[in-house]
Write a protein that binds this ligand. Structure first.
Ligand code: UT7
Length: 321
């Protein structure tokens, strides 16, 4: 089995920053409600930047950070639920933008767990020796999927992309990944595909936008995530108290505080940047990792953990190079 490490990180967000007060100008909400219930203060919203634009920009930063050339990349996976096209894949479009030739490129949809699921695929394939350098990108333009008159969702979700380069390495730094799904919760967060009925079918889609049962998803996250983190650490010889930094999907600061309490870990160890970016689904973990990079030291033990629609969830235990 070959070792794997993260050799580069990058992120990209749209230029326009939209504050809670900006949103309170057009729907019945307030900065006080949004910040106290979620921790979000502001977010970046596309004024034309596409999922491919953001994914390619984050990927280029990650590639530069890794010191590799485009021709070294032999695998590109984009985790997204908001691709510009169902076909071609966003991964193929990113490869074209970056000049990556002959790589295996595909998209993967696991909602807010997408970066963890895509990382599991890429890391396993590098472990096996099939590939040497994989670009794994989480990229979303969620602003095109929310009803901007629905205060239950539009104050939460936002746009952005984060990317990591996974590289074959003599020393293995990706210790363990553990993912799971529960289709019984598939109705808790939904986003229909944009399709028209065919010539023989007059059934119309009644749901146009993303819908979420926030309270049920909150209960799921605060139960499944601490359990999953305990499980990913089982058999590694480490406990949650040994971990230097937890980077969770940035959905709600209260979820992170609850997970910290359940694991009996100081919540200062939970990295938070959702006050600046909101919930960017598959992009949130790699954006947070890119933001956290400056304070990481070699040997730091890190847990990355995602959860969301599907239901899907998963955690990854890495040691910083
Ligand atoms: O990324 C995928 C995973 N997603 C998540 O992890 C999200 C998990 N869920 C959550 O983070 C929280 O459930 C939310 C932030 C979505 C909602 O917070 P909450 O504390 O669970 O609020 P709630 O849905 O129970 O609503 C409480 C009240 C309601 O009013 P009533 O019925 O008590 O009168 C809502 O109508 O807050 C109202 N409300 C709002 N008020 C002002 C809901 N949204 C807003 C809003 N502004 N934007």
């Amino acid at each position: 089995m070959y070792g794997v490490k993260i050799s580069g990180l990058g992120k990209a967000v749209p230029e326009l920053e939209v504050s809670n007060d900006d949103i309170a100008k057009f729907i019945d909400t307030s900065d006080e409600w949004i910040e106290s219930r979620t921790g979000i203060k502001s977010r970046h919203i596309s004024t034309g930047e596409t999922t491919t634009d953001l994914a390619a920009s984050a990927a280029q930063h990650a590639l530069t950070d890794s010191g590799l050339n485009a021709d070294a990349i032999d695998l590109v996976i984009v985790a997204t639920v908001t691709p510009d096209y169902t076909m071609p894949s966003t991964a193929c479009c990113v490869a074209q933008r970056l000049g990556i030739k002959n790589a295996t490129c595909f998209d993967l949809a696991a909602a807010c767990s997408g970066f963890i699921f895509a990382s599991e695929v890429a890391v396993s394939l590098i472990h096996q020796g099939n590939y040497k350098h994989a670009l794994v990108i989480g990229a979303e333009v969620l602003s095109k999927t929310v009803d901007w008159e629905d205060r239950n969702t539009c104050v939460l979700f936002a746009d952005g992309a984060g990317a990591a380069v996974y590289a074959r390495s003599n020393e293995n730094k990706v210790i363990k990944i553990l993912t799971a799904s529960d289709g019984d919760g598939s109705d808790l967060i939904t986003l229909p595909s944009l399709t028209e009925p065919n010539k023989f079918n007059e059934t119309q889609n009644t749901q146009k936008y993303m819908q979420m049962n926030g309270r049920e998803v909150y209960k799921f996250a605060t139960t499944a995530v601490p359990q999953n983190i305990q499980n990913v650490l089982a058999d590694t010889g480490y406990t949650p108290q040994d971990i230097d930094l937890f980077i969770l999907h940035q959905a709600n600061a209260r979820i992170m505080d609850s997970v910290a309490k359940k694991l009996d870990v100081d919540n200062e160890k939970f990295f938070k940047n959702l006050h600046k970016y909101g919930n960017t689904s598959a992009a949130s973990i790699p954006i947070a990792l890119a933001d956290a990079k400056e304070k990481l030291k070699p040997g730091d033990k890190i847990i990355l953990s995602g959860f969301g629609a599907g239901l899907t969830w998963g955690s990854m235990f890495i040691v910083w190079e």
